[in-house]
Every structure is written in structure tokens, then in C-alpha cells.
Design a protein around this ligand. Structure first.
Ligand SMILES: [Zn+2]
Length: 217
């Protein structure tokens, strides 16, 4: 991973309002489930149904280009009590398009999300590919965004089967405060999610959005 395991805790401590990758471990133990790359017309509604069935709220980091064509799904995610987040417009890397364009994409996506729901949306930004450069991080912070990374990766972009994904997530040391990375466009994630939620609840873990788990100070 390009973004070091040592750097994340340091940055989160120095600038908690600009960067978060996990919440406090305090009781009641809760985790945040985050879903990147949607909305996805094949999966979003069913994903929301699964979360609702478990009484869980998640955080959805949407790509602007996907939100544009599926504004109804953006509204539905919001209306059903979940948190919207910003995952860039075209899912670009800052080093490929340059910092001004990268920040402009974030602003464009933010404006679109707010237009969809007709209300302010907390400026939570999940960098595409999790990639962060110092320059882009600073520029996003200056633009008022809070970067949300993760403490545990489900690796659902790489694990193709639902059974294998469940097994992998079961093996993760998930505890209170963790922010878990999932993807909305992966069918195996949707398929495995009910059992994943059961497995986490069996560890006495509850679910909260990133904003509720780790409020910006
Ligand atoms: Zn992504």
C-alpha cells in the first residue's frame, strides 16, 4: 500500500478534522462499513435492503460519473438513513491529472451530491485507489474536505467468491472503531454481506456511519 501504516495514525492525530481512518475503540463497540464506487444500478437497492435488515447504516463513497446517471439511487441512499461520501468524479489519481483538476473533481462531485439530495452533504472524501499525495491531501484539506481512509480492507476487489470473501473478512481482527473498506460494484460483496454482518454482530459490534463513529472535531 502506497500510504504507509505509520503515516495514517500520525496524520489522524495531527489533523483529525482533515483525515480519519478509524474511530475510537470505546464501548459501545461500533464499526463503519464503507462502500466505494457506486451508485450501482445492479446492487445499490439490494445492498440497502441487506443493511436495513441488519439495522445497519453505512457510508457510501460515490463516483460523480455514476451518481450523475443514477440520481434516484443517490437520493435513496440518503433517504434510507445512510451517509453519502465523495469518491471523485472520474475516479482519477492526483498524480495523473494534477492537483487543481483533482480538487475540482472533488468539488464537482460534492456539488452534484448536494444537488441530488437538496441539502448540504458532509465533505467526506475517499481518495480513488486510496492514493494520497502530500500535495493533494493539503489541497483537499484547504478546500474543506475531510479525507476518509480505512483501517481494514475487505479486499473484495480482489477476492472473487462470496464464500472466500466471507472467510477473509472473518479472519480480520475487526474491533470497535474500525473503518472497513468494501465496494458497491462487486457482486460477491452483496452476496456475502448478510453473513458478514452476522459475523460482526456475533463479535458484539454495532454499525455506524463514519460521521457518527468519528465526528470531525
Ligand atoms: Zn474506488
Amino acid at each position: 500500500m502506497a500510504f504507509g501504516t505509520l503515516l495514517k495514525p500520525l496524520l489522524a492525530r495531527l489533523a483529525p478534522s482533515a483525515f480519519v481512518y478509524r474511530g475510537p475503540r470505546n464501548a459501545p463497540a461500533r464499526v463503519s462499513l464503507t462502500f466505494d464506487d457506486g451508485p450501482d444500478p445492479r446492487h445499490t437497492r439490494r445492498l440497502l435492503d441487506v443493511l436495513e435488515g441488519a439495522g445497519a447504516r453505512g457510508t457510501f463513497f460515490l463516483q460523480g460519473q455514476n451518481a450523475e446517471g443514477h440520481r434516484d439511487l443517490v437520493r435513496e441512499i440518503h433517504a434510507r438513513g445512510h451517509e453519502l461520501g465523495n469518491h471523485g468524479y472520474f475516479h482519477c489519481r492526483a498524480r495523473d491529472i494534477g492537483i487543481p483538476a483533482y480538487v475540482a473533481e472533488a468539488r464537482r462531485t460534492q456539488a452534484l451530491l448536494e444537488e441530488c439530495v437538496g441539502a448540504p452533504v458532509a465533505p467526506l472524501f475517499r481518495p480513488p485507489y486510496g492514493e494520497m499525495t502530500p500535495g493533494a491531501t493539503l489541497a483537499l484539506a484547504r478546500a474543506g474536505f475531510r479525507i476518509v481512509h480505512w483501517s481494514l480492507d475487505s479486499r473484495d476487489s480482489f477476492i472473487a467468491g462470496a464464500a472466500e470473501l466471507l472467510e477473509y473478512v472473518r479472519g480480520l481482527p475487526v474491533g470497535g472503531g474500525d473503518i472497513l473498506l468494501f465496494h458497491e460494484d462487486q457482486p460477491q460483496t452483496l452476496e456475502a454481506l448478510p453473513a458478514i454482518l452476522d459475523a460482526l454482530r456475533a463479535r458484539s459490534l454495532g454499525f455506524a456511519t463514519v460521521g457518527a463513529l468519528a465526528p470531525a472535531r
